[in-house]
Ligand binder design. Structure first.
Ligand code: 6LW
Length: 501
């Protein structure tokens, strides 16, 4: 079976994976979105299903007021003696956290804050005596500490997992071959060596995977000849920014690396609509015991991806995200009101606020057409594609108007038209299409439209490049969904069709 790339499309950065028998569990970062820390499962490594999220209850992450870019950064997931361990940084929030579960679908524990670990990208390994060892990047992300925004290279400490306490002052370990931001360490005991796999060069075009090995978890580590062993820097490969890898041995004995990357349209100078996604490559071993990685190919799942949510069930699936609060905390009756509709209530916020009344899912494909049917007879609301509060496009209806808005940094363009159609059933659409060819790269063209019966009225069309990770500079990616701005808004369905044209 072909293993596709991206492995997990849509915003799914900082992947970490573990195998238990024939089952694979993979976790990715979610930043300011809740539920937090997406968890995926596979049996063949090619088909994946989101089985849950780690942070599904208030208090597990402190993202309610976190600045964009903060929140859940870079998990490591491991399994030992029947327990799943997930360590992660809640950046600018609670700090370095330990969550545990016996069923990875949840529930996960409330999360213990590590005492004595000040940094990001924690890794968890056990030495030959069963002592837990945490290796992490010494970038300070606690505004209350003098180390805030300082980078102290990669650090390591033995830790007590029952109390989440460092058992020693963190020691420096090998920190790469000179690229900026040595981070994302993962430590493995393979054969006679302890391998340290890290990222360096920064998460943008300079990103890479570097490798070293040593005789003990603490080193001393010797860099692999020619490391970084994987990078797209300076190339025009279709998958850029490749780095932040985690190794796993598959059930058949072969090895793979999961890592993050982006797929800019029109090459390295282009724009990536979806943000950082999860990719994977096979790993072979050289005669002298170093891992060998191929460059990351682009091989998306063929055909159209489609989903439709009719809000018929009693609960939303784990793919649905809200910003800085859980979907169940959004104002309005949610699924508990009108049967087979979702009810949202405006609370005076807009999409430009830190905490909008917005519920969405990751855009999974380079181009996608998303439609929603709304009842706006008692309010104003619509459909939006969001990077963050500074970068979003939306089409709203209500009060006898439809309004398309592009919000790009500090610049806003608003196009309004009177709307005479029935406000109890307004069908809105956001459709992205491949850009016109030409010298200047773009990601896509985004049309914002409203339907009157069989007639499609395009209210505005905007260049999609402004909703890309290169422009927005968020750690996340596009999330498409519905929002309420004023009064009561009800949503009958959201329908998504995407492809990689
Ligand atoms: C992640 C770190 C990084 O923790 O970005 O730039 C952070 N590097 O490895 C968020 O993805």
């Amino acid at each position: 079976m072909t293993i596709p790339n991206p492995l997990l499309p849509g915003f799914n950065p900082d992947p970490s994976v573990c195998r238990v028998g024939e089952d694979y569990y993979l976790a990715t970062s979610t930043f300011e979105y809740l539920p937090g820390i997406a968890l995926y499962h596979s049996r063949d490594f090619a088909t994946w299903r989101q089985i849950g999220n780690v942070a599904t209850r208030p208090g597990q992450l402190a993202v309610a007021a976190v600045a964009t870019g903060g929140g859940a950064w870079a998990p490591t997931i491991r399994h030992r003696d029947g327990v799943f361990y997930l360590v992660i940084t809640d950046a600018f929030g609670r700090g370095t956290l330990l969550f545990t579960a016996t069923d990875p679908a949840g529930p996960w524990s409330d999360g213990l804050v590590f005492d004595g670990i000040d940094g990001i990208d924690p890794d968890l390994a056990w030495d030959d005596d069963g002592q837990a060892v945490m290796t992490f990047s010494g970038l300070g992300v606690n505004p209350a500490l003098p180390t805030f925004m300082q980078h102290r290279g990669l650090l390591q400490a033995k830790v007590d997992l029952s109390t989440a306490t460092a058992l020693e002052a963190p020691r420096s370990v090998w920190s790469g071959v000179g690229g900026q931001f040595p981070e994302a360490p993962h430590l493995y005991h393979i054969g006679q060596w302890w391998y340290l796999v890290i990222a360096e060069g920064g998460t943008e075009r300079g990103h890479s995977v570097s490798v070293a090995r040593g005789p003990s978890p603490a080193g001393p580590f010797e860099a692999a000849p020619g490391t970084p062993l994987l990078t797209a820097r300076g190339t025009n490969r279709p998958v850029q920014c490749t780095g932040h890898g985690d190794l796993v041995q598959l059930a058949d004995g072969s090895w793979r690396l999961v890592l993050l990357g982006v797929r800019p349209r029109q090459g390295a100078a282009g724009f990536s609509a979806l943000g950082r996604e999860t990719f994977s490559v096979p790993v072979t071993w050289s005669d002298d015991g170093w891992p060998v990685f191929e460059p990351v190919p682009l091989d998306p799942r063929p055909g159209e991806a489609a989903w439709r949510e009719d809000f018929d069930g009693a609960a939303l699936g784990p793919e649905w995200l809200a910003v800085r609060r859980l979907p169940a905390e959004l104002p309005g009756a949610g699924l508990a009101g009108r049967a087979s509709w979702l009810e949202l209530a405006g609370d005076g916020s807009t999409l430009s606020d830190l905490v909008p009344v917005f519920l969405g899912r990751r855009q999974l494909n380079q181009t996608a057409t998303v439609k929603a049917l709304l009842d706006v007879s008692a309010g104003v609301g619509g459909l939006a594609v969001r990077y963050d509060e500074k970068f979003h496009y939306a089409i709203a209806a209500g009060g006898g108007q439809v309004t398309a808005t592009a919000h790009v940094g500090d610049i806003e363009q608003v196009v309004s038209r009177p709307w005479a159609g029935d406000p109890r059933a307004v069908e809105l659409e956001i459709a992205s299409r491949p850009p016109e060819g030409g010298f200047t790269p773009s990601s896509d063209q985004v049309e914002l439209a409203a339907w009157a019966g069989a007639e499609r009225h395009v209210i505005a069309a905007f260049d999609g490049r402004f909703l890309s990770c290169e422009v927005a500079h968020s750690f996340t990616g596009r999330v498409v969904g519905v929002f309420a701005q004023q009064g009561q808004v009800a949503v009958d369905y959201v329908d998504y069709r995407g492809n990689n044209d």
